[in-house]
Design a protein around this ligand. Structure first.
Ligand code: FES
Ligand code: FES
Length: 157
């Protein structure tokens, strides 16, 4: 079946089974490989994208369940927003990354957090980011980078 899905502001046609996970469609059908496969079971957060601004795990989101009016945002479009650019800058300043594998998911989850709560407390950051696993254990620097953006108020723009 053919589905029309708005991805990063562009309507894309996907001729795939309705139960194909969005992650498969992004990576294998559209060659958008910024979104990562980790566990495939909604446990690690590596595959996080936004659907209508809400962080979702694309490995467990069937293409057929995405509404025609819904807007999917992936890591490829993160730099289009003030929050996204501020987070990318803070990530570099705080030297967050090690292997980098989890980082697309971390940034997508962090940007959804700051969009709904521009000034999260440390515990709110920890709570919101708890489901994003980092095998390199960059958790402290991830939290610091999010706090930098919150403190600067960039997320209010
Ligand atoms: S790959 Fe989707 S949560 Fe792990
Ligand atoms: S930076 Fe390596 S998994 Fe997070």
């Amino acid at each position: 079946m053919t589905y029309k899905v708005n991805i990063n502001g562009e309507v894309r046609e996907l001729d795939v089974p309705e139960d194909m996970p969005l992650l498969w469609a992004l990576r294998n059908e559209l060659n958008m490989v910024g979104t990562k496969f980790g566990c495939g079971k909604a446990l690690c957060g590596a595959c996080t994208v936004h659907v209508d601004g809400v962080a979702q795990r694309s490995c467990s989101l069937p293409v057929g369940s995405i509404g025609a009016d819904s807007k999917v945002t992936t890591i490829e479009a993160l730099e289009k927003t003030e929050i996204g650019r501020a987070l990318q800058q803070a990530w570099l300043e705080e030297d967050v990354m090690q292997c980098g594998y989890c980082q697309a998911g971390q940034l997508m989850n962090a940007s959804a957090l700051l969009a709904r709560n521009p000034k999260p407390s440390a515990s709110q950051i920890d709570s919101a980011m708890a489901g994003n696993i980092c095998r390199c254990a960059c958790y402290t620097r991830i939290r610091d980078a999010i706090a930098v953006v919150a403190e600067k108020g960039t997320a209010n723009v």
